[in-house]
Design a protein around this ligand. Structure first.
Ligand code: NAD
Ligand code: DAU
Length: 354
């Protein structure tokens, strides 16, 4: 193998954000060797990475972060300089139906990775980085005003957010107790290509295309702060390379939308793209039973990231939504492959009783 400047392990690189991050790192840093470790759950899709799969600085390994023996072997085989940890169970509704998968991967899997790094790096932590990619959901829910800051107290309210909060605490514990060089970021809702169609935007694009009902939870007035996925990836790159060890950064789009307003905007875009009469997709909106423990509002204060590292979001939301819709309409094979098989039974279980 050629001499590379650094070898970096990215976990969860076949998922939504991981796909964008792996492509970014492989292309931008030919001097780095990128190892992508992914279990390939329902959410992981190796085809996403076809265009970089043959790159000399990229290698894929199929494996499970819950398996500590496997991780030990991987860390014996490679000398990693850094880890970007994204592998997780990520969908709130699935965490309500099956919490244990979230406990295993998000908590045990993260501790296994921390232990693998601590053991492999024990003699020398200098120039090493363990970067933990986390979520704004750890902060709980906001009322009508206020923003999540890095100092906001943790108050997770779903099995998903509780498992992510737990992993954040463990990452900080390894920093304080063992001196492991960690960095953490907590990001708001991402959107863009390659997102699995269980999440709001791709699910609704898929349903509009198929003229299926659009299941709006509760009163539809829940608020999320949306960020173009490549802006998240740029932030991760900046924090990995430039933030001080031990720091946490919030990442968000300064872009709050009530679900129902977002959905109506998406309906208008889809009507235009599909050349349907204006207003036809909105007819598909169906109010359904609310998500249990549904967090009312998330909104991120990302000024620390702006001030310290000069980051800001690049895209206006409507432009990003148009690009997202264009991608899903151009890549219908991707959507069709992913929504055949197991997806059907998930959809049936999730929505038939609402
Ligand atoms: P995703 O569900 O699309 O992808 C997760 C990936 O992890 C998949 O490829 C899956 O195969 C892999 N994986 C799952 N369990 C594994 C295991 N035990 N071992 C190895 N690999 C495993 O998730 P995403 O939306 O890309 O999110 C990535 C990370 O970013 C997660 O940690 C999530 O909590 C965090 N995050 C996501 C968002 C968002 O809006 N999507 C926002 C903030 C933070
Ligand atoms: O805030 C960051 C988080 O954003 C990430 O940590 C999670 O991994 C990611 O899944 C996302 O969580 P949300 O629960 O906010 O995303 P989701 O797309 O599931 O839902 C967005 C909003 O839309 C939420 O208020 C619930 C609502 N919703 C969702 C679905 C799937 C509906 O009204 N109907 C639906 O069918």
């Amino acid at each position: 193998m050629k001499n590379f400047e650094k070898t970096i392990l990215i976990t969860g690189g076949a998922g939504f954000i991981g796909t964008h991050l792996v492509k970014h790192m492989v292309r931008k840093y030919p001097q780095y060797f990128i190892v992508n470790l992914d279990k390939l759950t329902y959410a992981g899709n190796l085809q996403n990475l076809d265009d970089i799969a043959g790159s000399p600085n990229y290698h894929f390994v199929k494996g499970d972060i819950v398996d500590s023996n496997f991780l030990h072997q991987l860390f014996t085989q490679y000398t990693f300089d850094g880890v970007m940890h994204l592998a997780a169970e990520s969908h709130v509704d699935r965490s309500i139906a099956s919490p244990m998968d979230f406990i295993h991967t998000n908590i045990i899997g993260t501790v296994n990775l921390l232990n693998a790094c601590k053991n492999a790096w024990q003699d020398n932590f200098s120039d090493k980085i363990f970067y933990h990619v986390s979520t704004d959901e750890v902060y709980g829910t906001l009322g009508d005003t206020g923003l999540f800051e890095e100092t906001t107290a943790y108050d997770p309210r779903s099995p998903y957010s509780a498992s992510k909060a737990s992993s954040d605490h463990l990452v900080r514990a390894y920093f304080h107790t063992y001196g492991l060089p960690v960095k953490i970021s907590n990001c708001s809702n991402n959107y863009g290509p390659y997102q699995f169609p269980e999440k709001l935007i791709p699910l609704f694009i898929h349903n509009i295309k198929q003229n299926k009902p659009l299941p709006v939870y509760g009163d539809g007035k829940y608020t999320r702060d949306w960020l173009w996925v490549e802006d998240h990836v740029r932030a991760i790159d900046l924090i990995y390379h430039q933030a001080a060890v031990g720091k946490t950064y919030n990442i968000g789009g300064f872009n709050e939308w009530q679900n129902i307003d977002l959905i109506k905007t998406l309906c208008n875009i889809m009507d235009a793209k599909l050349q349907r009469p204006a207003g036809s997709s909105e007819q598909l909106i169906t109010y359904v039973k609310d998500r249990a423990g549904h967090d009312r509002r998330y909104a991120i204060d990302a000024t620390k990231l702006q001030k310290d590292l000069g980051w800001s979001p690049s895209l206006q939301f409507k432009e990003g939504l148009e690009k997202t819709v264009d991608w899903y309409l151009t890549n219908q094979n991707w959507l069709e492959e992913i929504t055949s098989g197991a997806y059907q039974s998930y959809y049936e279980q999730q929505y038939s009783h609402r």
